[in-house]
Design a protein around this ligand. Structure first.
Ligand code: FES
Length: 136
């Protein structure tokens, strides 16, 4: 790993938080799988919402990709926990890239994390919609 990387990237790369999988079928789990066309890296991020409070109580990821993508997704799982779906959707790749001091060529790695969060939220909202029509 290049020495120029910020210690926060190294930290999340060496000790990624919340690596894992949640039950994709569960009604309160949203799954986002996104890929970066530029490099072919793939990120899966899952969130689990407490139906009572509407708050994300669990978040996990699996990333097949570069160190910056792993660090970005690890950070994303930490940041979404304790947030509502709306708050989580408001997290931007810029915030992630700034926090990790990613160089410009690694911007798309943090973009992957923003996209993954949004995809996971959308998946969960889709499930809710379907749930409604199914019981209607
Ligand atoms: Fe593509 Fe980092 S190089 S996600």
């Amino acid at each position: 790993l290049a020495r120029s990387y910020h210690e926060r990237v190294i930290d999340h790369y060496e000790k990624p938080r919340n690596v894992g999988s949640l039950n994709r079928q569960a009604a309160n789990v949203g799954t986002g799988v996104v890929g970066a066309p530029a490099c072919g890296d793939v990120m899966k991020l899952q969130i689990q919402v407490n139906e009572q409070t509407g708050v994300i109580e669990e978040a996990v990821f699996k990333t097949f990709g570069c160190g910056s993508a792993i660090a970005s997704s690890s950070l994303a799982t930490e940041w979404v926990k304790g947030k509502t779906l709306e708050e989580a959707s408001a997290i931007t790749n810029n915030e992630i890239a700034t926090y990790l001091s990613l160089p410009p060529v690694k911007k798309h790695c943090s973009m992957l994390a923003e996209d993954a969060i949004k995809a996971a939220v959308r998946d969960l909202l889709d499930k809710r919609e379907k749930g409604k029509t199914a019981s209607a």
